[in-house]
Write a protein that binds this ligand. Structure first.
Ligand code: CTP
Length: 411
């Protein structure tokens, strides 16, 4: 099997050092990587570092090694071009078709998917010129990843950070895999769409140190958010008590309780194209929450905890759609019982919840919580059912988005 050919473009920002880690991830997982830094990038990380890590010579202009590597061939033969970090200057050049160095030439000759992970100060990211260039690039099919929020160079904080290298890597791998399978709907079939995903398990406080919770790891929800970002969607991930790293290009809102989850999901969902409720919200919460730690009683008795029901967010979203045509997706973990098989119970749940799709996990053979793999049946309100054989949570995520995509009203 030929190794996927990746061009790693590096432009001149302080985050160039993080691209070394991205490069390592690619080479260690068997990708053939050609690094194309700009001259400014070499001010931050020198050519010997890129050459040593990629095992290939490195050039920035179109005049070096002309007889061996014509400047057009690097772009033409690539399976993926990823620029990380992408500076405001590099994106401006790319948006206008300038070609004054090897990276910009490569971008013009590439016919494969192109991913750009911008990193810059917040003001530069928010400037109308940058926003217009990003819009142009996106309209031409470039996957421009939203920068992360957090610490920038020096003491500044704000939007403009390069997402973590392992998350950029996961995104790129996802894009490469979809391109390799020849996705019939196009690699960026969710471009221009806004989606909301919830993940994790909510906690209902009993007192300042205790809570009622569940074992949801958030992995399936994170895989859904990552997959949607890799297909070009603008993604908000509402995460309840999840410890996983933020997926690249995804806005993450953190919550704790079901009430907070409901507020965050409803706010983010306004006008959204799709909402996927992968979270496991606690169905009940204590009627009373103690402001002080509940103490053991001398007589050995235990306190009684009275519970009340939490709102059903999925049902609410299904009955009050955030926009006409919003596709609403729920999850169900079923074991089957005297009242019916897993699928009987799931069909009844689909009708009860009123959502468009219900992703059903049969948990009678053991829990899926925290596992890397998953298998499911996706039931649709229109009566169809899609069996998804055991595979990664990322693979299931893509089948779910395939099902969502076919149900979206035309943009
Ligand atoms: N859900 C929700 N709000 C809740 C509880 C669950 O939005 N308060 C969503 C979950 O995110 C998931 C689906 O509903 O998408 C799971 O439903 P579940 O709680 O299993 O359904 P119930 O109707 O409570 O069924 P059961 O009696 O089997 O628990």
């Amino acid at each position: 099997m030929t190794r996927p050919r990746v061009v790693l473009g590096v432009s001149g920002g302080i985050a160039a050092y993080k691209a070394c880690e991205l490069l390592r991830r690619f080479t260690e997982s068997g990708h053939d990587v050609t690094v194309v830094p700009t001259a400014a990038a070499l001010e931050f990380v020198g050519a010997p570092t890129w050459a040593a890590l990629s095992g290939k010579p490195v050039s920035t202009d179109v005049w070096s090694s002309v007889h061996e590597v014509p400047h057009v061939r690097i772009g033409q033969s690539a399976d993926l071009v990823v620029v990380a970090p992408a500076t405001a200057d590099l994106m401006a050049k790319a948006a206008h078709g300038l070609a004054d160095d090897l990276l910009t030439n490569t971008l013009l000759t590439a016919r494969c998917p192109v991913v750009m992970a911008p990193a810059m100060h917040t003001e530069m990211w928010e400037h109308a010129a940058t926003a217009a260039n990003v819009a142009t690039l996106r309209s031409r099919g470039v996957l421009v990843v939203e920068p992360a929020e957090g610490r920038l160079t020096g003491a500044d904080t704000g939007k403009g950070r390069l997402p973590e290298p392992e998350e950029i890597f996961e995104l790129c791998r996802d894009v490469l895999e979809r391109a390799a399978t020849g996705s019939t709907t196009g690699v960026l079939d969710l471009a221009g769409r806004r989606v909301v995903v919830s993940a994790g398990g909510t906690r209902e406080k009993l007192d300042p140190v205790r809570f009622l919770g569940n074992r949801s790891s958030g992995r399936q929800g994170y895989a859904l958010a990552r997959a949607a970002a890799a297909r070009g969607a603008e993604v908000t991930l509402v995460a309840a008590n999840v410890t996983l790293p933020d997926p690249a290009g995804v806005k993450v809102v953190r919550v704790e309780s079901t009430a907070e989850l409901r507020d965050a999901v409803l706010t983010a969902s306004a006008g959204a194209d799709a909402v996927v409720m992968a979270a496991a919200p606690a169905d009940f919460r204590p009627v009373h929450r103690s402001d002080t730690k509940i103490k053991k009683a001398e007589d050995g008795s235990a306190p009684a905890i009275t519970l009340e029901q939490n709102p059903d967010i999925l049902k609410e979203l299904a009955s009050h759609r955030p926009a006409p045509g919003t596709v609403v997706v729920g999850f169900a973990a079923e074991t089957g019982d005297d009242n019916g098989s897993v699928l009987d119970l799931a069909r009844a749940k689909l009708a009860r919840k009123g959502c468009d799709l219900l992703v059903v996990n049969d948990v009678s053979g053991g829990a899926v919580f925290g596992a890397d793999d998953n298998e499911a049946v996706i039931l649709a309100a229109d009566g169809t059912a899609v069996d998804v054989p055991r595979g990664s949570k990322g693979a299931l995520a893509h089948v779910i988005w395939d099902q969502v995509t076919t149900r979206l009203p035309s943009a």
